[in-house]
Design a protein around this ligand. Structure first.
Ligand SMILES: [Zn+2]
Ligand SMILES: [Zn+2]
Length: 389
């Protein structure tokens, strides 16, 4: 389809004012091109105000791509942004929404040689600058100029040049788009696993059975780690076992959660590594109480800013405990995650528990707000072309 590459002839200057992103129109058949120049996209206007709108299809500038979205996935971060109405590091409303995405290159901007129209791609949601202090100290996830891209819940997504260059990957034949789109969250998890010094034979406690907690369990299990899951409900315990947890502690049925989790570790010593993936103070505190002497706690879940927690300094000091946190991903962990997703070893399909069309996105988020701790869904896949049979 050539229509999205709208070219406004000099006689049509008025269009420029209405649609600043549309620059040129090829003479002839302009009515059709007017229609084709719009797409459906989910736009977040503020707290729990997500609307599906018709907006202008972006035109890729030099170095950029225009990607036709084939699958986008919902994510806990999106839900957080939806609930709060903004994200400290990713734009302010009104903003295009959604960041876990795969699709087909529709059009390439000037100078792009690595991709061609028709290529199936995963587009990551950010790319680092590679020149700042953090980038040059192997912490690209903390880049001072991390460039974010949102707008996955739409028919088309414009991809900035830096992401085209550093964080766009070609999907091998046979890998469904919705599986490839798992690369982004998994890249964050891979970084968390690596940064915690995880190795085969370790015992890891994962607190939380949201999509991130479940990915930690699965990646750890594939790496030969003994995983203990701390979850709320029975259905979550079942899911945790599906993703590799050897044993589970159900918070709702346990009086002393810390004691119950420690009892499952070798010698009752506590876990070598504890991953906190709930993002509330009590689970942060449990994490420190569940780790063994000399062990590592990774606070992966980020509570709202200003949240305070309390730890026993004695336990931290004499227990020689390492406290750390992991945020986001790097181009290297994106590639590791992508290899895992495409390896056939990772249970991609099991993470996708609902499949919807683009128009349903606002309703999906409204439902996710209601069911907080509810029905056990993991991720919803959004298909702008319609849900595949
Ligand atoms: Zn995400
Ligand atoms: Zn940087």
């Amino acid at each position: 389809m050539q229509g999205v590459a709208l070219k406004i002839a000099s006689s049509c200057k008025g269009l420029n004012k209405l649609f600043p992103e549309v620059r040129e129109i090829v003479p002839g058949n302009e009515k059709i091109k007017w229609i084709m120049a719009e797409m459906r996209a989910a736009v977040l206007y503020g707290k729990q105000d997500l609307r599906l709108e018709r907006i202008v299809i972006p035109t890729p500038e030099a170095g950029e791509l225009l990607v036709r979205v084939k699958a986008a996935l919902t994510c806990g971060t999106d839900l957080k942004v939806y609930r709060r109405g903004y994200h400290a590091r990713m734009l302010k409303p009104p903003m295009r929404f959604g960041h876990e995405v795969a699709g087909v290159v529709e059009e390439v901007g000037e100078g792009v040689t690595a991709f061609r129209p028709g290529d199936r791609v995963v587009v990551l949601n950010s790319a680092p600058c590679d020149i700042c202090f953090f980038c040059t100290h192997n912490q690209q996830n903390l880049c001072e100029d991390l460039l974010f891209n949102n707008g996955a819940y739409a028919e088309f997504l414009r991809v900035p040049a830096r992401i085209v260059e550093k964080n766009t990957l070609i999907i091998p034949e046979g890998i469904p788009f919705e599986h490839a789109a798992l690369t982004e969250p998994l890249a964050c998890v891979v970084r968390g696993i690596e940064e915690s010094g995880t190795k085969a034979g370790d015992t890891m406690i994962v607190i939380g059975a949201g999509s991130i907690g479940l990915m930690f369990m699965h990646v750890a299990e594939l790496a030969g780690v003994n995983v203990i899951a701390v979850v709320k409900r029975e259905d979550q315990a079942v899911t945790a076992r599906l993703f590799g947890a050897r044993s589970t502690v159900q918070v709702n049925e346990t009086e002393d959660v810390v004691a119950a989790a420690r009892a499952l570790t070798p010698g009752g010593r506590g876990a070598d590594i504890v991953i906190e993936a709930v993002a509330v103070p009590v689970t942060w505190e449990w994490a420190v109480d569940m780790v063994r002497k000399g062990g590592v706690v990774n606070f992966f879940g980020g509570p709202p800013s200003g949240t305070k927690v309390q730890f026993d300094t004695n336990r931290l000091h004499y227990g020689d405990i390492t406290l750390k946190a992991s945020f986001h991903h790097t181009p290297a962990t994106c590639r590791t995650a992508f290899d895992l997703v495409t390896s056939g070893r990772f249970k991609c399909a099991e993470y996708i528990t609902e499949r919807v069309e683009l128009d349903e996105v606002p309703a999906v988020f409204a439902r996710m707000m209601d069911r907080k701790g509810g029905s056990g869904g993991i991720k919803t896949a959004v298909f702008p072309d319609g849900v595949p049979k």
